[in-house]
Design a protein around this ligand. Structure first.
Ligand code: CAA
Length: 258
């Protein structure tokens, strides 16, 4: 669809699905793939007919990292002047709820992009890691920050300094993963979860997501105040009135996303 070469983009009702599709390179994240993912996610984000976005890969690899072959000959000046990888920030800034559905390898940039998503659903065969140290470099798409916030300093240091991989069970225990499902169930579970989220009020979902994000950007008191004011603001939504009225009238709500 839409002339993409490195991804497959689909829509199912209110759910947008982006599938990383460079199977010969285990979905390594080259510049072309990055540009396409950002474009597709931005397009879904601007379409209020989409209420959740699923990002997935193949059964063997969500993504085995940034494209090492593409990076090998780059100089410091090259990466500095192009602010290499900063385009991924636009994926992280998507307001629509995002779900990473991860099977197989989620390494380096693959793990980092999965961590940009709001929920991370892992297949039993998923393996996570930040092996950049084995290449003489460090994570560059947020890994030192998001992994540390997700799993704490002890495990982040362990993974980033040794480059070892973590299986799905360890990732769930550590708090990186929302849930683990049998590998063959992964996409169905992710899409069902996305449909559930997309059935809610989109403005309320934006508000919830922004408030949770504050937990990583502010003090507790500032975050609680942000949450309270945002909660108050939901009283301006038709969907808030509909949701509460529907409860009182013992019927399902009909959200108009307004
Ligand atoms: N970049 C480019 N190509 C990659 C790749 C990557 N990150 N990962 C795998 N590939 C390619 C391989 O080169 C190979 O291509 P060829 O057939 O042309 O040789 C193909 O994908 C299949 O890979 P393997 O033969 O290696 O498959 P495997 O099953 O034996 O091993 C693996 C799988 C353990 C994931 C191994 O491919 C691997 O270690 N990949 C690299 C992982 C890595 O170091 N990722 C971090 C990248 S750096 C980064 O991400 C920077 C950042 O944070 C910003």
């Amino acid at each position: 669809q839409n002339g993409y070469e490195n991804i497959i983009v689909e829509r199912r009702g209110r759910v947008g699905i982006i599938t990383l599709n460079r199977p010969h390179a285990l979905n390594a994240l080259n510049a072309a793939l990055m540009t396409e993912v950002v474009a597709a996610a931005t397009e879904f984000d601007q379409d209020h007919g989409i209420g959740a976005i699923v990002l997935t890969g193949s059964e063997k690899a969500f993504a085995a990292g940034a494209d090492i072959k593409e990076m090998t000959s780059l100089t410091y000046a090259d990466v500095l002047l192009s602010d290499f990888f900063s385009a991924w920030d636009r994926f992280a800034a998507v307001r629509t709820p995002t779900i990473a559905a991860v099977a197989g390898y989620a390494l380096g940039g693959g793990c980092e992009v999965a961590m940009m998503c709001d929920l991370l659903i892992a297949a039993e065969n998923a393996r996570f890691g930040q092996p950049e140290i084995t290449l003489g470099t460090i994570p560059g798409i947020g890994g030192t920050q998001r992994l540390t916030r997700a799993v704490g300093k002890a495990k982040a240091m362990d993974l980033i300094l040794t480059g070892r991989l973590m299986d799905a069970a360890e990732a769930e225990r550590a708090g990186l993963v929302s849930r683990i499902v049998p590998t063959e169930r992964l996409l169905d579970e992710a899409i069902e979860t996305a449909e559930k989220i997309a059935s809610m009020s989109l403005p309320a979902a934006y508000a919830a997501k922004e408030a949770i994000a504050q937990a990583f950007e502010s003090t507790l008191a500032q975050g609680v105040t942000f949450e309270r004011r945002t909660f108050h603001a939901t009283f301006a939504l038709a969907d808030r009135a509909e949701g509460m009225t529907a409860f009182v009238e013992k019927r399902p709500p009909t959200f108009e996303h307004s």
